[in-house]
Design a protein. Structure first.
Lengths: 812, 165
């Protein structure tokens, strides 16, 4: 059973790959119906799948592919020309084939899907009948026939399915329905082919066994082997079947050519479980964090031991570790990369179907399909692209008549382009259709109540284009089944934003539209801008940051309770990051602020922060189940110093910002609200003594103790600041020495003044520095009194009493 | 190895197994700690580790008892203040304060407690279910353990780890 499963897995992986290729080739074939190479390639795919599926007892699939093969074989020999109608049927049968493969993948069986209808059509084509006849006929018989076929198939699959031995091979061969219709030569050929095939399968099986140690088989190698083995299989068939020997020579060439070509470029590839790659990526994440930490420690060490010889060595080691880590990260990222062509592949087919359905002539040009993207992203961008391309076909490209009337070429062009731009990949979709009319868009949005009249008036052209991404917006006058339910473009926006991507849209009325998707290369490790607000730090994904500007607070205007600023010729709405994340305003932010301009999709928002810390590579970690889904927070990361920093969810932030009313202005007036506490006893007064000398502290204490006030001591500026920060109760005054280790008196004073809470706290300098410039500095840093040592105890006491507004009744 | 020796060893093993069985059946091992004036306990097996207080990062838009997240050797773990959760006034972190990191399934969180008391073993018969006045579904109380001098409240770890906002 295990062996069977393994073969089945390989079969599925291989088949899906082949089918994908098939789609592409067939569309190309339509434009070049005479291309024998292509035709042969397509035939081989159908043939391979048929062979493998018959071996695995997927009778319905075998039945279908067998008939496809017939048609393709005829076409290959020039007995049949590939018309669009024929193509439709072939494509239809490929769709069925995909459905069957999906079914096999999910359930392990290929029953329950009706193929009879398509088989009939295929038969009709291969026997040269008129298709329309069949369609009528088969629609009558379809139900009946399919019932039978299904019953048959079910019986067969249920009895044979589990057996994997080659015994069943002969059974299934006999079961093939069409053998009566074959000529003796054909049967002979078929037998020979089956024999070869069986040999090949056996060999494959043996190989699979051999490779069991490696968890998955080497995909490419197998393919190549097949390419090598394949030619001999169809060849004998052909020798007997072809009447015109002329065609044999090109066939031989094409069959041998790929084998020869591929021989020297044997690609050494291994199939690896995605889980292992994910794990590897996690490990690298940890390493990046450790590297950040190392660099942080290194900078500290460098500061402290400047000029020491061992630093050179350390510098070298640190830089090597950091370079190797970065390289390693890139290397692992690359292992997860897939060419974006994997997504692009399905579009030629889609465009073909759409153009036939819409009666338009559309050509798709693909560029840069080899550009690589992280696997998880490749999986996510498929849907948005489908919506955008459908939209271009439906709303963008005009009908041929209209195009001719406008003097454009009859065939419309959609260009799908992918390229790298820094840490991003850009996917650009251009069409040369009718473009968008900003006024019409506004009008439409007004009618649907998506925007207000005022908003419409203030809207720039670019903003108007982005209206198409609003939920509930659809520009097509009539709803077709291609697009136009008004959900599509909305989905595009959500999906791209989920990937931290940016959408840019540009259009010229009458000339065409261009949509640009800018997507980060990977999701797990990102570049972030670290910003500070009060004492907290936040990381903003750099992908969403357009620019940062430093402004003074009077550049901020308030319009309808919202803050805005003028950024060049635009008006930018602003929101303080502290308002969004409920940060307490302890420290006064001063006259200047930094604005981080965020761009997401087509909308912009300015976030006011207190300071910019810098750019850093961060690893996204989840907050876990308990804190999942907090609005505005996308996750967390661990910084070089071991602290956790939250990562801003830009998408959610934009949403929250709409509701947050700014209180940038109001916050400044709330200062000092609870300072004036009622004093009921002398001990309610709290005074802090900051001096590095124990003796000096004792002298001051002795001078003030008679008052009965509470005294707190600190031996330097840093300690004093910490005591202030962590204290629940207010202080009424501080006595500060100027010369102290760690943090001197001036610095301490200016630090204290940053806190709204302590803005009016009287600071009294007690120092032996007597020069005028010292006094000036004291005043500048916010000291209110300047006592020079030596001083009398009474003088100190009176100065303190005056500053803390000591109630006279407590004296005595 | 002689047969006799084997016999002895297997006998010992059996004995050990049976004594283990007795422990797991009848005795619950708990770790006791103080929050406010009361002593609480959680099963020892639900504790991942107990650490001294370290810095944490506030997370916005959470109830006040969620202090934020902290870094436990590379993992980002929520930190919950049990004092605030039980409606007690805020108290400064001091030398006795500890973070108890508890886990239940995949859920992990750190809880701030005032001080640890001791690891204790309680007989199942000494544990009574939570008083009936307490709503069975919502309570974090698993039961009340009786000891010689006092009683101890046993908490439900899975309830503590469940997000309730």
């Amino acid at each position: 059973m295990d062996e069977f499963d393994e073969i089945l897995q390989d079969f599925l992986v291989e088949s899906f790959e082949l089918v994908e290729k098939l789609d592409e080739d067939l569309v190309e074939l339509e434009s070049r119906p005479d291309d024998l190479d292509l035709l042969n390639g397509i035939f081989r795919v159908a043939h391979t799948i048929k062979g493998a599926s018959s071996f695995l007892n997927f009778d319905v699939l075998t039945h279908l592919t067998h008939h496809m093969e017939d048609v393709l074989n005829k076409a290959r020999h020039g007995e049949l020309s590939i018309t669009p109608d024929v193509m439709d049927v072939i494509l239809e049968s490929i769709d069925l084939m995909k459905a069957l493969l999906d079914k096999i993948r999910d359930t392990g069986k290929d029953d329950g899907i009706d193929v009879e209808f398509v088989v009939k059509k295929l038969d009709a084509i291969s026997s040269g009948e008129d298709l329309s006849n069949v369609e009528e006929e088969s629609s009558q018989n379809a139900s009946q026939e399919s019932q039978e076929a299904q019953n048959n198939a079910e019986e067969e699959t249920s009895s044979d399915e589990i057996e994997s031995s080659s015994e069943s091979q002969s059974d299934s061969a006999e079961d093939e329905i069409d053998y009566e219709n074959m000529s003796p030569e054909e049967i002979e050929a078929e037998i020979e082919r089956l024999l070869k095939q069986r040999q090949e399968e056996d060999r494959k099986k043996r190989e699979a066994k051999k490779k069991k140690q490696q968890s998955k088989d080497d995909k490419k190698e197998e393919k190549q082997e097949e390419a090598k083995k394949q030619p001999p299989a169809p060849q004998p068939v052909q020798k007997q079947q072809t009447q015109a020997p002329k065609k044999e020579s090109p066939k031989k060439q094409t069959a041998n050519a790929p084998a020869k070509k591929s021989a020297p470029t044997v690609e050494q590839t291994i199939r690896v479980d995605v889980k292992r790659l994910d794990h590897l990526m996690n490990l690298i994440g940890e390493l990046v964090l450790a590297k950040n930490r190392l660099i942080k420690i290194y900078t500290d060490v460098e500061e402290r031991y400047e000029g020491e010889p061992f630093l050179d060595e350390l510098t070298q080691v640190v830089s090597i570790v950091s370079i190797v880590t970065t390289d390693l990260q890139i290397a692992v990222m690359k292992t997860r990369m897939l060419p974006v062509g994997k997504v692009f592949n399905k579009f030629p087919r889609m465009i073909r179907d759409l153009s036939r359905e819409l009666n338009k002539k559309i050509e798709l040009q693909i560029e840069g399909e080899e550009t690589e993207l992280d696997k998880s992203i490749v999986e996510e961008i498929g849907d948005p692209l489908v919506h955008i391309i459908r939209n271009s076909c439906d709303h963008g490209i005009e009908s041929p008549e209209e195009r001719i009337a406008k003097g454009k070429p009859e065939t419309g062009t959609i260009k799908l382009k992918a390229f790298n731009e820094g840490n991003h990949i850009v996917i650009q979709i251009d069409d040369d259709g009718k473009g968008m009319d900003p006024d019409a868009l506004k009008q439409k949005a007004l009618e649907k109540g998506i925007i207000s009249e005022k908003e419409a008036d203030n809207m720039s052209e670019k903003e108007a284009y982005t209206l198409i991404f609003r939920p509930g917006f659809s520009t097509a006058a009539q709803v077709t089944n291609v697009s136009g339910r008004g959900v599509g473009m909305d989905v595009v926006k959500t999906n791209i934003e989920k990937l931290n991507g940016i959408i840019e849209i540009d259009s010229e009325f009458g000339k065409g539209t261009s949509i640009k998707l800018k997507i980060p290369l990977t999701l797990a490790i990102i570049q972030a801008l670290l910003v500070g607000v009060q004492e907290e730090n936040y990381a903003i994904p750099l992908a969403s940051v357009l620019e940062t500007v430093r402004i003074s607070t009077d550049e901020i205007y308030t319009v309808e309770g919202k803050s805005v600023m003028r950024l060049r010729d635009e008006v930018l709405s602003l929101v303080h990051i502290g308002d969004i994340f409920e940060v307490e305003r302890i420290i006064d932010q001063g006259e200047h602020a930094y604005v981080v301009v965020l761009g997401l999709g087509a909308s912009k928002l300015g976030i006011i922060v207190d300071n910019l810390i810098g750019q850093e590579e961060i690893v996204i970690k989840s907050l876990g189940e308990y804190l999942k889904g907090i609005k505005g927070i996308a996750g967390a990361t661990i910084r070089g110093d071991g602290a956790v920093t939250l990562i801003v969810d830009v998408v959610a932030l934009m949403d929250i910002a709409k509701e947050v009313r700014s209180n940038i202005v109001s916050s400044q007036s709330q200062e000092g609200k609870s300072v004036s506490n009622e004093k009921n006893s002398p001990s309610d007064y709290r005074v802090m003594i900051v001096d590095d000398s124990k003796t000096d502290r004792t002298i001051m204490r002795k001078a003030l103790e008679p008052l009965g006030i509470t005294l707190v001591e600190a031996s330097d500026g840093q300690e004093a600041l910490n005591t202030l920060k962590n204290s629940d109760e207010m202080f009424d005054a501080m006595l500060i020495d100027i010369e102290m280790p760690r943090m001197d008196g001036y610095t301490l004073a200016s630090e204290i003044k940053k806190y709204n809470r302590y803005k009016h706290l009287p600071l009294i300098a007690v120092t032996s520095r007597t020069s005028k410039s010292d006094r000036m500095r004291g005043v500048e840093s916010g000291m209110v009194e300047y006592i020079t040592k030596p001083y009398s105890a009474d003088y100190l006491s009176s100065v303190v009493q005056r500053n803390i507004k000591f109630k006279p009744e407590f004296l005595s | 190895m002689s047969d006799k020796l084997k016999e002895v060893i297997s006998k010992q093993q059996k004995q050990q197994e049976s004594s283990d069985a007795i422990i797991t059946e009848d005795i619950v091992q708990l770790v006791g700690f103080i929050i406010g004036d009361e002593e609480y306990a959680v099963p020892i097996l639900s504790i991942q580790e107990i650490i001294k207080p370290i810095g944490w990062t506030r997370v916005p838009q959470t109830p006040d008892y969620v202090l934020g997240v902290f870094n436990l050797r590379g993992s980002v773990i929520p930190l919950i203040d049990l004092r605030a959760k039980f409606g007690l006034p805020h108290k400064k972190i001091n030398d006795e304060t500890r973070f108890i990191v508890m886990k239940s399934g995949d859920e992990v969180a750190g809880f701030v407690i005032d001080r640890l008391t001791m690891a204790l073993r309680l007989h199942k018969k000494d544990i009574e279910p939570a008083p009936e006045t307490i709503d069975g579904d919502k309570t974090v109380i698993d039961g009340v353990g009786k000891r010689d001098e006092n009683i101890i409240t046993i908490l439900k770890v899975d309830k503590l780890l469940k997000r309730d906002f």
